[in-house]
Write a protein that binds this ligand. Structure first.
Ligand code: BYC
Length: 312
């Protein structure tokens, strides 16, 4: 690395010029991006599993088509993100193997079970809602391929969030008491894990400061979490359901909602592999890898044959 290269890189970051795959970049910047982007990709793919659990039990053809389209979108998001990581030299299978060995993470939220149909709405509203707040900011991330992937992903996440909110609105406004109770039970289980999606407080965020300096992250974990809470409280009021936080209240001084303490012990447990569904999720991914091997082999054989024919 020469000083001139580093200066050029820092200058681009400073002027908000995107860093592109062929540009020189510090090794630690490249590694941090691979870490974040591949974990993001794994989250999209693992995130298909809790929803797939309800595909065969969707209550109507309309709901089933919407859910299927959403799950397929998540697969697409995973693929754009794996491609973005590949532009940094990360081999896709190697990042998947690293996740299966527990060396790379995926979002904590997908280690919780989906117990009722209302959970399909709750995931759309809260989980995709949290993802959008985070990803809108990431559209301005400093690495070009990641930023561009985010633009399309955000458009699709918007549809996901809306379909979830619409599903819940129908349940609470047109449903019976039991259906409304199902929505309340669902938010009771998903509220706190959704807040954990934004990661630890900034004071405990190991990567945060450096990532913000490099403009990989444009906003800190706490600011994003607060944005999400501020948007979501009003939407919960419209649904006439209670957010399970007795300390949640409007703060006139700050112009934001204050919230109660997050259970970081639970977060740490889930992230280190001991959440309610970690084992189930990893078993499903291992099985998919095993069953999909022949597709990869067939694709590689086709590619090798085509290259040979072209060379002949
Ligand atoms: N879960 O230093 P920090 C979706 C880790 S999918 C697990 O603050 P950073 C969707 C963190 O990785 C949404 N781990 O980290 C799909 C770090 O460990 P490592 C996924 C978490 O990177 C299907 C350590 O904790 N979105 O939308 O600066 C259906 C310390 O944290 C979590 C993304 O991935 C967590 N929640 O900030 C529906 C967005 N939080 O890596 C929806 C892209 C933290 O040092 N990622 N950790 O071993 C990001 O924006 C950032 O990586 C984070 C964390 C804000 C998540």
């Amino acid at each position: 690395m020469s000083n001139a290269e580093l200066k050029k890189f820092e200058d681009k970051i400073e002027r908000d010029v995107k860093i592109e795959p062929r540009d020189w970049m510090p090794e630690a910047y490249r590694e941090s991006l691979i870490r974040q982007i591949s974990q993001h990709a794994h989250s999209e793919i693992v995130g298909m599993l809790p929803e797939a659990n309800w595909l065969a039990r969707a209550p109507s053809l309309r709901r089933k088509s919407i859910l299927m389209a959403k799950i397929q979108d998540e697969a697409g998001h995973g693929l754009y993100l794996y491609c973005a990581a590949e532009t940094l030299g990360a081999e896709r299978q190697a990042t998947i193997d690293a996740m299966l060995e527990g060396k790379l993470k995926y979002s904590s939220i997908f280690n919780y079970p989906t117990r009722s149909w209302a959970d399909m709405g709750m995931i759309g509203w809260l989980v995709d809602g949290a993802a959008i707040v985070n990803q809108v900011a990431l559209q301005r991330t400093s690495y070009g391929p990641y930023a561009r992937a985010m633009v399309r992903i955000c458009k699709e996440e918007s549809f996901h969030q809306r379909q979830g909110y619409e599903l819940l609105t129908e349940l609470v406004k047109e449903g019976n008491a039991e259906q409304k109770a199902m929505v309340q039970d669902s938010i009771n289980r998903f509220w706190w894990p959704s807040l954990m999606m934004f990661g630890p407080h900034d004071s405990d965020s190991a990567n945060g400061e450096q990532s913000i300096a490099w403009k990989i992250k444009r906003l800190g974990n706490d600011e994003l979490r607060q944005k999400f809470i501020d948007i979501t409280v009003r939407q919960a009021e419209y649904l006439d359901i209670t957010i399970p936080d007795p300390d949640l209240k409007w703060n006139e001084k700050t112009g934001h909602y204050d919230h109660g303490p997050i259970d970081w012990k639970e977060f740490k447990q889930v992230v280190s592999g001991y959440g309610p569904c970690n084992k189930e999720r990893m078993d499903a991914r291992r099985q998919a890898q095993e069953e999909g091997k022949w597709v990869v082999e067939a694709g590689l054989a086709y590619h090798a044959k085509k290259s040979m024919n072209e060379a002949a």
